[in-house]
Design a protein around this ligand. Structure first.
Ligand SMILES: [Fe+2]
Ligand SMILES: [Fe+2]
Length: 241
């Protein structure tokens, strides 16, 4: 073992992005599969014994790392569950926030946007339940380990860019987005808001069901790319052998 941790969890990515794969998958989160857990069963049956972190031993952290790999493996499932909290919450709009989310993602999917783009579209308003005054920041925190800088910026700034379509009705500056003119992801974010986000309040639109997006969410969340817990080889600390 290169590391003291004996945990070796192999994460298998969900099938590549395609409608065919969408339809072949159940709504249950099955894209990320943990294997080789048998050898970790002893660790998974144990709990750390320390009451303060300063008292922890390497074994304690082997145990915690083993449990964390199992838990982290279903982050996509928890994201989907959290999205469902938007169901039935209209906030004065003609559609509820879940329909707005899947409608935005459906429009992006049908425009042949990438898997990562579509998942960002699906999750861009996931923070509506917790971030009443800064909802894009919640989505950014969830997506940050898994998507590109440009897509993350698009999600982060969509609240300001979307303002072009309604800030003037509230006495605000609809051109607030202009402060970002020249940014690499400016046009990307304009496109997201104008082509996919702002038209996604149509009660008559034929949106795909949330279940059809589950494999894409699983695929994106299967492999963190940006995290302080990644080693120089891009492996999660505690999983190298
Ligand atoms: Fe939003
Ligand atoms: Fe939105």
């Amino acid at each position: 073992m290169a590391l003291a941790f004996a945990v070796k969890s192999m994460v298998t990515k969900a099938p590549l992005w395609s409608l065919k794969n969408y339809n072949s998958r159940s709504i249950k989160h099955e894209g990320a599969i943990v294997t080789n857990l048998t050898e970790n069963q002893d660790l998974l049956k144990q709990s750390a014994t320390f009451g303060a972190m300063t008292e922890a031993t390497p074994l304690d952290w082997q145990i915690i790392a083993a449990h964390n790999r199992v838990f982290a493996n279903d982050v996509a499932g928890r994201v989907i569950d959290h999205l469902r909290l938007l169901d039935g919450d209209c906030g004065g709009f003609a559609v509820d926030r879940l329909e707005h989310s899947v409608q935005t993602a459906t429009r992006a999917y049908r425009a042949n946007k990438s898997e990562e783009y579509v998942v960002c579209s699906l999750l861009h308003d996931i923070g509506d339940t917790l971030g009443s005054y800064n909802h894009p920041d919640i989505a950014v925190a969830v997506l940050k380990p898994f998507v590109s800088e440009d897509h993350l910026w698009m999600v982060e700034k969509h609240g300001i860019f979307q303002g072009y379509n309604f800030f003037h009705h509230l006495g605000l500056d609809r051109d607030m987005r202009d402060q970002f003119l020249g940014h690499r992801a400016y046009d990307l974010t304009v496109e997201f808001c104008q082509d996919f986000d702002q038209p996604a309040f149509d009660p008559s639109y034929d949106s795909m069901p949330l279940s059809e997006f589950v494999p894409a969410v699983e695929a994106i969340f299967a492999e963190p790319k940006n995290s302080i817990y990644l080693d120089d080889d891009g492996q999660m600390i505690g999983t190298s052998s």
